[in-house]
Design a protein around this ligand. Structure first.
Ligand code: G6Q
Length: 528
């Protein structure tokens, strides 16, 4: 018996059927049977203009999806699936501030973080846009008055309070203030803190404690260690907090004047453009940070308004659905051909896998179809000398997103042409392969890839790329009927770890009530 979550009924368009009962799903199943054995070589020779047609372009991003195992008909049917899944209405509901995170009863409004000052977005009767800009203005003022003695910024946070800031710092390093050193501490492993601070002087260091809840074990442990590390220096000169929890921030000893807030409608993995981005703003300056927000906003508008078959996030989402649900692909590689994007795949892992790694629907029913793919990747060309072997000649189908730039930020000799030659060559090799006398030299080809050829890696472009994937995740979550904004799957491990800590630390032999494996492991650890 499937039980609909009562809150969902308020929000779900009543006409949406379970995924496998939607008309477009059945049509796609039929269509898949016709297309599954067709080779990209044949699709390209049947239509000499394929490589110009199966493309979309917006905001300086040219998306070529012609090297995917699709035809115009596939895209038409997938767009129909998006329509039947209520994607338009659900998108409007998200932007409007409806409580679409049903299990946590929260609005999902990361789009409000980049709304223009003139916008009005009402949550529980209150316009949140002025609050957003008040915090941004305070962050900008803080950047400008940063104590000249401060030479090092150490962000302490984990998950959504770490991956976005680290990724953005690396991605926008070209624009960063090179007089400051930035470090990021996330792991509760003491090594992370020790290595991040071993060459820093406390008097020159500012700790940014980034934690929505301000109760996260890893972050609070690292923050307490940092407080000890500064010795007798005043906490208010060396700590700021990014949080929604003022009471805990005060308890820690951080002055509320040094706290930058955000709200429960900002999910951790959707928070890099909120106060959680303070380290990014200090690095690149308020103007560049605002340019990044403008990039996010431009992609929001594109997602909200462009027709599905021209809509970059929707197209990416639909291709993902096609491979996951019809071709049975388990993973999705993201391959940025730009060294600055080296942490982008790691960032996307949380964004995609924490959002859509679910096996019950938002209404609480167990799904009878595959959901979120495993995302992974490394910057090109490094991956080519490592795992590309398996993508080219292995037994698995791995759809790949290739992200490259027309202009490099570091024009050095012929480096960029060499990099981009590899970028173009890889998708060509994957799609078309090569025949050969020796079996080990045969490349079957027909391995799908999507190419995003972007103008230049600016702060605005980074905002656009992040928003592109945010909305891709959202669109997939809607089609799969998931709550993409909760993360209950991370809870059990946390609870069990809390139970085990006193067992490791107890002076006397504790009574262990776990399974025989866990009991033995704990006993062995205690005997060290
Ligand atoms: C992200 C998750 C999670 C969260 C961390 C840190 O969407 O909610 O990764 O960001 O657990 O939480 P705090 O910011 O509360 O410390």
């Amino acid at each position: 018996m499937l039980r609909a979550h009562p809150d969902l009924l308020l929000f779900a368009p009543m006409s949406v059927k379970p995924l496998r009962q939607r008309a477009a799903w059945a049509a796609l199943e039929n269509h898949y049977r016709q297309i599954k054995d067709q080779h990209l070589r044949d699709l390209f020779s049947a239509d000499p203009k394929r490589g110009e047609k199966l493309t979309a372009e917006a905001l300086g991003i040219y998306l070529d999806y012609s090297k995917n195992r699709v035809t115009g008909e596939t895209i038409k049917l997938l767009c129909q699936l998006a329509e039947e899944s209520g994607l338009r209405e659900r998108t409007a509901a998200m932007f409007r501030g409806d409580k679409i995170n049903v299990t946590e009863k929260r609005a999902v409004l990361h789009t409000a973080l980049r709304a223009p000052r003139s916008a009005s977005i009402i949550v529980d009767g209150h316009n949140v846009v002025p609050d957003v800009h008040e915090v941004l203005d305070r962050m900008a003022a803080f950047c400008q008055r940063l104590d000249k003695r401060i030479k090092n910024i150490v962000n302490i946070g984990i998950g959504g309070s770490d991956l976005g800031p680290v990724m953005a710092y690396e991605a926008l390093r070209h624009y960063s203030n090179r007089n400051l050193t930035f470090r990021f501490v996330s792991n509760v492993d003491g090594t992370d803190f020790v290595e991040a601070t071993q060459d820093l002087k406390p008097a020159e260091t500012l700790f940014i404690v980034a934690s929505k809840t301000f109760t996260t074990q890893e972050t609070m442990t690292n923050a307490l260690t940092a407080r000890q590390w500064i010795g007798s220096l005043p906490v208010h000169e060396h700590f700021v907090a990014l949080s929604t929890n003022e009471a805990e921030v005060k308890k820690f000893g951080i002055d509320p004047a040094n706290m930058f807030g955000f709200w429960d409608w900002v999910g951790g993995r959707y928070s890099m453009d909120s106060a959680i981005g303070l380290s990014t703003m200090i690095a690149i300056g308020p103007d560049n940070f605002r340019a990044m927000l403008a990039g996010f906003r431009a992609m929001d508008e594109h997602f909200r308004t462009a027709p599905f078959d021209q809509n970059l996030p929707v197209l990416l989402a639909l291709l993902g659905i096609w491979y996951t649900n019809f071709f049975g692909a388990e993973t999705q590689a993201v391959l940025p051909y730009d060294q600055y994007l080296k942490r982008f795949p790691a960032y996307l892992q949380q964004l995609t896998m924490e959002s859509n790694g679910k096996s019950v629907t938002a209404g609480g029913a167990r799904v009878d179809y595959e959901t979120g793919a495993i995302y992974w990747g490394e910057p090109g060309t490094n991956g080519q000398h490592s795992f590309y072997q398996l993508i080219h000649q292995g037994t698995k189908l791995i759809p790949c997103d290739f992200i490259g730039f027309k202009h490099t930020l570091n024009p050095v000799g012929q480096h960029h042409d060499l990099l981009m030659s590899n970028f173009f060559a890889q998708t060509e090799a994957l799609a078309f392969g090569q025949s050969a006398a020796e079996p080990y030299r045969v490349f079957d080809g027909n391995r799908p890839s999507t190419t995003m050829l972007c103008d230049r890696l600016t702060p605005a472009m980074l905002g656009q790329l992040v928003a592109l994937y945010e909305h891709c995740v959202f669109a997939q979550g809607i089609i799969w009927d998931l709550d993409s904004f909760d993360q209950w799957g991370v809870e059990l491990g946390k609870v069990l770890a809390k139970r085990i800590t006193p067992e490791l630390q107890s002076k006397t032999e504790p009574e262990l009530k776990h399974d025989s494996s866990t009991n033995t492991l704990i006993r062995r650890y205690r005997q060290r």
